[in-house]
Write a protein that binds this ligand. Structure first.
Ligand code: FES
Ligand SMILES: [Fe+2]
Length: 348
């Protein structure tokens, strides 16, 4: 190996459950995670729920119009307040599904049934979490360490202004996949275009890879790929100007002239990720949305399959570490630097 190449991360760092446990502290305490879109929370009592790391959470629209986020954990004996991924709580009450304690949409305990006279209600409110929105996306953060969402997104907010906002688009499909791989394998892959020619043959035919411009934003921890697509006008996500962004540790956003999508890459365990992607389309491109979602799903599937194979190989113990090219894989070099910083901060 000559000096133009680097060593990639040690294979053990992808497969060791103890490394994952340490990573989790920072991944969930220090970062914002995409939970849904604001149109899923239009009416009073609408809620969306998910699990971020080890934390089951939900976000509900209150009577006053704001979005309130809570851990989905009752203060009596840890029962769940909501049991579906989304829905509406009629009236103004959230009711625990175990023994029926009632909370209002601000999380205040209103009725502990036969136990009311024995406790001070103020001491048993639901445990809140931070909720903020940007461009129609609703984010949650379970820790106090992350900066405000606006600062966490940094320059992404300004860059996005070159493209149509979701407020002028229609919400379209949502796709979800589970993958047997480590979140860092998917991150390594999301940050380079070196694999596109072989893994994404159809995508490759809609873009000129030599003209893709990569920008690494050190401080805001994201990379952007400026792309000019030359695909058919019938697929609005593969025609005209486009921009892919990977924001550490688990957010991908894809802007184009007539559509937008955002993907959450949620680490579940050392060997498991959950992907969820939300789509929006301009009203005039409505007819093309099926094609758009179909081509994006195919690319996601292709990435997932290759990442699953890589993860299996990393765990087999034969591969002891290879090379990484700053010239061909600069985004992955950048991503792995962020991972090393994360590992340094948690003592990996
Ligand atoms: S755990 Fe919620 S009412 Fe008992
Ligand atoms: Fe890919």
């Amino acid at each position: 190996m000559d000096d133009s190449l680097l060593r990639p991360l040690d294979p053990r760092l992808y497969t060791d459950p103890e490394v994952f446990t340490k990573e989790q502290q920072k991944l969930f305490d220090h970062h914002w995670w995409l939970v849904g879109r604001d149109t899923e929370l239009e009416k009073k009592g609408d809620y969306v729920a998910t699990t971020l790391g080890r934390f089951p959470i939900f976000i509900v629209r209150s009577a006053h119009g704001q979005m309130n986020g809570f851990h989905n954990v009752c203060r009596h004996r840890a029962g769940p307040i909501v049991t579906k991924e989304k829905g509406n709580h009629p009236g103004n009450l959230l009711i625990c599904q175990y023994h029926g304690w009632c909370y209002d949409l601000q999380g205040r305990l209103k009725n502990a049934h036969q136990l009311n006279k024995h406790l001070n209600h103020e001491d048993y409110a639901l445990i809140p979490l931070r909720v903020e929105t940007w461009n129609g996306l609703v984010f949650a953060c379970v820790g106090n360490q992350a900066p405000a969402l606006e600062h966490w997104l940094g320059e992404i907010i300004d860059i996005a202004k070159q493209f149509p906002a979701t407020s002028v688009m229609n919400p379209s499909s949502i796709i979800e996949r589970k993958g047997s791989t480590n979140w860092k394998v998917y991150g390594d892959n999301s940050c380079e275009g070196y694999h596109v020619g072989l893994v994404h043959k159809t995508l490759d035919s809609t873009m000129n890879r030599d003209e893709v411009v990569l920008q690494c934003h050190e401080e805001d921890q994201f990379i952007g790929f400026d792309v000019t697509y030359c695909g058919s006008v019938s697929d609005p996500s593969r025609h005209g100007k486009g921009l892919w962004i990977y924001k550490f540790p688990g957010l991908l956003v894809h802007f184009s002239e007539s559509a937008f999508n955002a993907e959450r890459v949620l680490p579940v365990s050392a060997g498991q990720i959950d992907l969820k992607r939300w789509f929006w389309v301009l009203p005039e491109s409505h007819a093309a949305q099926e094609k758009l979602v179909e081509s994006a799903s195919r690319v996601m599937e292709e990435d997932l399959r290759i990442c699953e194979s890589v993860f299996k190989n990393l765990g087999a113990g034969v591969y002891k570490g290879g090379v990484l090219s700053p010239e061909e894989e600069p985004g992955t070099v950048f991503f792995q630097r962020l991972v090393r910083n994360l590992h340094d901060s948690v003592g990996v």
